[in-house]
Design a protein around this ligand. Structure first.
Ligand code: UD1
Length: 330
């Protein structure tokens, strides 16, 4: 299979590329390197530097003939999206519409969207399945929902199918240490905790300790990025075989609080990890836990690497490797 990953030089895209390469698929990566890293791109991939906001660049890349496209090119900081909505509407919505339109024109019929649990908003029941109402509480989540809605319309009107993968909280790194490029200026909990453990920032700000959860801190469903990557392979196979749309959750089906993440990180890293409890972050729901029954049924997908220990240990290994590398060059 020939698959082109838009935003493929980022944290999740790099892991997705590795999974396709492992089974000898042909992989292209299109990325503007705004947050992705050139050094993350495996040398077996065809690399195209470009921006989804530039239709000519998208058109040229798609003209090379691909069986499927994976769209991971998006800004993803839920908190930031509440403060800078234009940044998110331009890149995530306008950019995605460019890409979808050009895929239809280029007759690339199989589209996999990197979507998010943020489309659900504050859950009215747990675990959240795909029939749960979609009512995002942050603008980032709305951008993903808006893309899904457009994919539904395009597939009704054109010869075009999509799988939308609603990731819960992506975390962890490749267990074989093949991916060492760290995200720049991370805002997500686990990389921030790692930066504190590594001495790169003084403390972790915990956004709220008065939620209606067992220890008062926010609960999320953390899913290992290697598991997510596998979901993309299965989604591509599904599209090529069934020519049908599918929207599925990818989550571990277990909830961990911010406090549990801190405690496990202290154990694994052996570092104190200084913490300061502050106000809630706008747009953050209290608890999100996935039901992944549909992914299992339709794709045969199950989370295999998503224990909290595996997620934190694989991430810490990469931070340590980077610290050794930078010490060598000092
Ligand atoms: C959000 C989306 C998720 C998406 C992800 C992409 C929601 C509900 N979820 O995840 O679907 O894939 O963005 O980035 O919108 N926290 C702190 N201190 C920090 C950072 C985070 O206390 O410095 C807390 C948050 O309040 C939250 C938890 O840690 O309770 C996880 O936060 P984060 O890693 O930022 O991800 P979400 O916002 O849950």
């Amino acid at each position: 299979m020939k698959v082109l990953l838009f935003g493929g030089a980022g944290y999740i895209g790099t892991h997705v590329a590795l999974a396709f390469l492992e089974r000898n698929d042909t992989v292209g990566i299109f990325d503007n390197l705004s947050s992705g890293l050139r050094s993350n791109v495996d040398e077996r991939c065809r690399f195209i530097e470009g921006d989804i906001l530039n239709k000519d660049q998208v058109k040229a890349a798609l003209s090379e003939g691909w069986d499927a496209v994976v769209h991971l090119a998006a800004f993803k900081a839920a908190g930031e999206s509440m403060l800078k909505p234009f940044k998110y509407s331009e890149n995530n919505i306008t950019g995605s519409l460019n890409l979808i339109t050009e895929c239809v024109r280029a007759k690339v019929k199989n589209f996999i969207l990197s979507s998010s649990a943020a489309v659900y908003g504050e859950p009215s029941y747990l675990p959240v399945d795909e029939s749960h109402p979609t009512n995002p509480t942050n603008y980032y989540g709305y951008t993903k929902l808006c893309i899904e809605e457009n994919l539904k319309w395009y597939s009704k009107l054109k010869d075009f199918n999509f799988v939308s993968l609603r990731y819960f909280n992506a975390a962890g790194y490749d267990g074989d240490g093949r991916m060492l490029g760290l995200e720049m200026n991370p805002a997500n909990l686990i990389p921030v905790v790692m930066e504190v453990a590594a001495g790169l920032r003084p403390n972790l700000l915990v956004f709220g300790d008065d939620y209606d959860t067992p220890d008062g801190t926010g609960v999320r469903d953390y899913v290992h990025v290697t598991d997510l990557a596998k979901g993309h392979l299965l989604a591509a196979d599904y599209l090529l075989k069934n020519h049908q749309n599918l929207i599925v959750n990818l989550g571990s089906e277990s909830g961990l609080s911010v406090q549990q993440i801190i405690d496990t990180a202290r154990e694994i890293t052996g570092k104190g990890i200084d913490v300061q409890y502050v106000e809630r972050r706008p747009g953050d729901p209290a608890k999100l836990i996935a039901s992944s029954t549909k992914a299992k049924k339709e794709l045969g997908w199950v989370a295999e690497h998503s224990s909290v220990e595996s997620i934190i240990a694989s991430t810490w290994k990469v931070y340590q490797a980077n610290q050794k590398k930078s010490a060598m060059f000092k």
